[in-house]
Design a protein. Structure first.
Length: 290
C-alpha cells in the first residue's frame, strides 16, 4: 500500500520486484529470471548473493579453484551448473551433496585428477555430465556413477585416462551418448572387455574415429574395431611371462609327483619281494625240520 492508503500500481510492483532481484544479483554477474550468468568475469572465488531460487548458474571461463559445498547447498533448486574453463581440482568429493536436483553439470576444461563414488553420488537426477578436457584426470573409480542411473550423456574425452572398467558405464541403463575420443587408452587384454562392449553396445560414440589406442606401441593410433580383432587374437594365443612360470611350476609338480609315485612303487615292490623271499625261506626251513 502507498502512504495514501491506495494500492501500488501493478507496473510499480513489477519494477520493485525487478529491483529487488537486481539487488541480490552477484557483483559482475547478470541475472535474469531464475538464471545467473557470471561468464568470463575473472572470478577467483564462488560468487556471493546468488538468488536462492536460481535454477541455472553459469560460472564458465573464470579462475575459480574451489566450489563451497555449503554455499551450493543453499541453491537447492539448481538444475543447471556450468563450471567449464576454471581451475577446479580434485577436491570435489561431497561438493554437490546439497544440489540433488541437478540435471546438467559441466566440469570440462578444469584440473580434475580423479572421480570417486563420493564425487557425484548425490546427484540422483543427473542427465548430462561433461568432464572432458581435464588432462590430469587419470582415474575413474569402478562405481563412480553407480547412483547416476538417469545419466544419458557422459563425456570423458581428451583426458589422461588409460583404462575404464566396463561396469562403470555398462550399468547405466539410460546412457545414450559417451565421449571417449583422444584419450591415452592402453589397449591390452584387460581392456578387451571394454572394447568388446563398445562394439556391441547401442550407445553412440561421437568422434569415434578419434577413439584410438595410445599404447602399446604396436597398436598406437589403431581404432577400436581393429584393436578388438588384434587383441582377440593375441590375448587368446599369446603367453605372457607369468603364464610360462605357471606352466613350468605345473610341469615340475607333475614331474615331482611322477618321481615320488615311481619311488613309492619301487619301495613297495622291494618290500613285497623281501617279504615273499622271507616267506619262502621259512617254508623251506619248516620242510627241512619235518
Amino acid at each position: 500500500m502507498s502512504p495514501s492508503g491506495r494500492p501500488w500500481p501493478l507496473s510499480l510492483v513489477f519494477l520493485l520486484g525487478m529491483a529487488s532481484e537486481a539487488i541480490s544479483c552477484p557483483s559482475r554477474c547478470s541475472c535474469q529470471y531464475l538464471e545467473v550468468d557470471c561468464t568470463g568475469q575473472k572470478l577467483q572465488e564462488f560468487p556471493v548473493d546468488i538468488p536462492l531460487d536460481a535454477r541455472q548458474l553459469i560460472l564458465a571461463a573464470n579462475n575459480i579453484s574451489y566450489l563451497p559445498a555449503v554455499e551450493l547447498s543453499f541453491l537447492a533448486d539448481l538444475v543447471y551448473l556450468d563450471c567449464r574453463k576454471n581451475l577446479l581440482g580434485d577436491d570435489l568429493d561431497f561438493t554437490f551433496i546439497g544440489v540433488a536436483k541437478l540435471i546438467y553439470l559441466d566440469l570440462s576444461f578444469n584440473n580434475l585428477t580423479q572421480v570417486t563414488f563420493s564425487t557425484f553420488s548425490h546427484l540422483l537426477s543427473l542427465v548430462v555430465l561433461k568432464i572432458s578436457d581435464n588432462p590430469n584426470l587419470v582415474a575413474i573409480e569402478k562405481d563412480a556413477f553407480a547412483n547416476n542411473t538417469w545419466l544419458r550423456h557422459l563425456d570423458v574425452s581428451r583426458t589422461g585416462l588409460t583404462f575404464l572398467d566396463t561396469s562403470t558405464v555398462q550399468d547405466l541403463p539410460n546412457l545414450r551418448l559417451l565421449g571417449l575420443s583422444d584419450n591415452l587408452w592402453h589397449c591390452n587384454c584387460s581392456f578387451l572387455d571394454f572394447i568388446t562392449w563398445m562394439m556391441e553396445s547401442d550407445v553412440h560414440f561421437p568422434d569415434a574415429d578419434n577413439i584410438t589406442c595410445y599404447t602399446p606401441a604396436g597398436l598406437r593410433a589403431l581404432r577400436m574395431p581393429a584393436a578388438e580383432a588384434q587383441l582377440h587374437f593375441s590375448c587368446l594365443t599369446q603367453l605372457y611371462k607369468q603364464d610360462y612360470v605357471f606352466l613350468c611350476l605345473v610341469g615340475f609338480c607333475i614331474f615331482l609327483a611322477g618321481t615320488m609315485a615311481a619311488w613309492l612303487a619301487g619301495v613297495c615292490a622291494v618290500i613285497y619281494e623281501a617279504h615273499a623271499s622271507k616267506g619262502e625261506e621259512e617254508e623251506e626251513e619248516e620242510e627241512d625240520t619235518a
